[in-house]
Ligand binder design. Structure first.
Ligand code: MN
Ligand code: MN
Length: 417
C-alpha cells in the first residue's frame, strides 16, 4: 500500500502543479477553485491524505481515483458506479442471473441491467414483461424466439457481439446453444425493472383453475397433470437442431416474422473510427425495431479517451466489457467526480451531464453506452468550439486563432493517445 500511496500522491502533485500554472496564467479560474487546489497540495505535503485506519484494500486499490480524486473533482455527485460482481447471483440448474437496477444504483431511473448465463441446451423460461428488452451477447451462442401480435414468429441464432431487441409485452424465449451455452447482458428501459417479476408461462398456468385450463387449452385431465406445478425460470433442456429445422417445424414462410429482431453489432462497420479507437452506434436509424433503446459499442485504445461530450436526449447507462478506465462526470454548479471502471462494472451519467472516459490500462477498453431513446445523439465539446464564429470562441476561452485551430474540428468521439 505504501508504494501505491506514494505513486498516487506524486500523480496528484503533478496535477496540482499544472493547476497552479493554469490558475496563475488564466484570469477565468475562479478563486475557490485555485484555493481548493492549493489546499489539497498542502494536505498531501503534510500527510493529511494518509489513511492509517481500517481499509478495504482491494476496493481502494480498484478505485484509486475515488479515494484520492483529481483536484478538479468537487462537491456532492450522486454515485454512478456499481458492479454486477457485487450483486446476488441466483444460480439454478441450467445457469444463473444477477441484476443492477435502480435499487442498486438509485440515480438510474430509466434503465436497469441483467447479466445472465445459460448452459448448453438450457432455457430462460418463456415469458414477457413491462419493459422493452435490449440484449448484447457476451459469450457463446443462443437461440431466441419472439411472437408478433399478428401470429408470426421470429426464430434466430445469436453469437458473441450480436444483439436482440424485444418490444415490451412480446412473449419470448432464450436457449443456450453448443458448445458451451451463452452469457449476455440485458438492458431494460425501466429503472425499477426486476428480472424476478416477469410474466412466466408456468406461473400463469399454476394460478389458473384446472377446469379453465382444460377448456382453454382443450386438454384432458391426464395431460393437465403433466404441466409444471412451480415456476421454471431457468432450467436445463435439449440442444435443438438447426434454426432452419425449427422454422420449418412451426410452418415455414407462412408464419415467419417479417421483422428480424437481431443485429450483428460487433461485426458492423464502425460509425466513427480513428487512431484512438472506434464507436459502433445501433439505434432505430440502422436497426428500425430498436425503438426504445439506442446503444453504442465503444473501443478505446490504450492511452486514448472518449472525448469530452454529453447527450441531449437521455441519461446514459454503461456496461464495461473489457479493460480498465476512468470516467469523470461534470454535474454543473461546480460539481465533478471521477471513478474507476473495470470489466463487469456499470456506469451511469445523468442526462446532459458532461463526461469523458480515459483508457487507464494497457489493453483496449471496451464498453457499451445505452440510452432510453429511439436515437443516439451526442454533443462534442471540440466540435462546438470549432463551429462557433472565432470571435465568440476567442472571447470566451481567451485563445488566439492558431490555438483555436488546434482543437479538432470534427466530432472524433475517440481521442488518440
Ligand atoms: Mn425477457
Ligand atoms: Mn457518453
Amino acid at each position: 500500500m505504501k508504494a501505491n500511496e506514494t505513486e498516487a500522491v506524486s500523480r496528484r502533485s503533478f496535477l496540482g502543479a499544472a493547476a497552479a500554472a493554469l490558475s496563475a496564467g488564466a484570469m477565468f479560474a475562479p478563486q475557490a477553485f485555485a484555493q481548493s487546489a492549493s489546499e489539497i497540495r498542502k494536505g498531501e505535503a503534510n500527510h493529511s491524505a494518509d489513511n492509517p485506519g481500517p481499509i478495504n484494500r482491494r476496493l481502494a486499490e480498484e478505485n484509486p481515483n475515488s479515494s484520492l480524486s483529481p483536484f478538479t473533482d468537487r462537491g456532492d455527485v450522486s454515485p454512478f458506479w456499481y458492479s454486477f460482481d457485487l450483486s446476488h447471483r441466483r444460480v439454478q440448474d441450467g445457469g444463473w442471473t444477477r441484476q443492477v437496477t435502480q435499487k442498486e444504483l438509485p440515480s438510474s431511473q430509466d434503465i436497469a441491467g441483467v447479466n445472465m448465463r445459460l448452459t448448453a441446451g438450457s432455457y430462460r423460461e418463456l415469458h414477457w414483461h413491462t419493459a422493452n428488452e435490449w440484449a448484447f451477447m457476451l459469450y457463446g451462442n443462443a437461440r431466441v424466439t419472439v411472437l408478433n401480435p399478428d401470429g408470426t414468429i421470429f426464430i434466430g441464432d445469436v453469437s458473441k457481439g450480436d444483439l436482440w431487441y424485444f418490444p415490451a409485452g412480446y412473449p419470448h424465449s432464450i436457449q443456450g446453444l453448443g458448445p458451451d451455452g451463452c452469457e449476455f447482458l440485458l438492458v431494460f428501459d425501466q429503472g425499477t425493472f426486476s428480472e424476478y417479476q416477469t410474466f412466466l408461462i408456468s406461473d400463469w398456468l399454476v394460478h389458473t383453475p384446472g377446469e379453465v385450463l382444460a377448456k382453454n387449452l382443450r386438454l384432458s385431465e391426464a395431460a393437465l397433470a403433466k404441466l409444471p406445478d412451480d415456476e421454471l425460470y431457468i432450467f436445463p433442456g435439449t440442444l435443438p437442431g438447426s434454426v432452419e429445422d425449427d422454422r420449418r417445424a412451426v410452418g415455414g414462410k407462412a408464419v415467419e416474422s417479417k421483422i428480424d429482431y437481431t443485429f450483428r453489432m460487433e461485426a458492423m462497420k464502425p460509425t466513427a473510427e480513428d487512431a484512438g479507437g472506434n464507436v459502433k452506434v445501433v439505434d432505430s436509424a440502422v436497426f428500425p425495431e430498436s425503438k426504445g433503446i439506442a446503444a453504442a459499442l465503444v473501443t478505446v485504445k490504450p492511452g486514448g479517451m472518449r472525448e469530452l461530450h454529453w447527450h441531449p436526449n437521455a441519461s446514459e447507462w454503461q456496461y464495461y466489457i473489457q479493460g480498465s478506465g476512468r470516467m469523470t462526470v461534470f454535474a454543473s454548479s461546480g460539481k465533478a467526480r471521477t471513478t474507476d471502471f473495470n470489466a463487469n462494472d456499470v456506469g451511469f451519467i445523468p442526462a446532459v451531464a458532461g463526461h469523458y472516459i480515459e483508457n487507464t490500462g494497457s489493453e483496449d477498453l471496451v464498453f457499451l453506452e445505452t440510452f432510453k431513446s429511439a436515437y443516439y445523439a451526442d454533443f462534442s465539446l471540440n466540435q462546438w468550439i470549432r463551429r462557433l464564429p472565432p470571435l465568440i470562441a476567442k472571447e470566451h476561452l481567451h485563445l488566439d486563432q492558431a490555438e483555436l485551430k488546434s482543437v479538432p474540428e470534427q466530432s472524433l468521439k475517440i481521442i488518440a493517445k
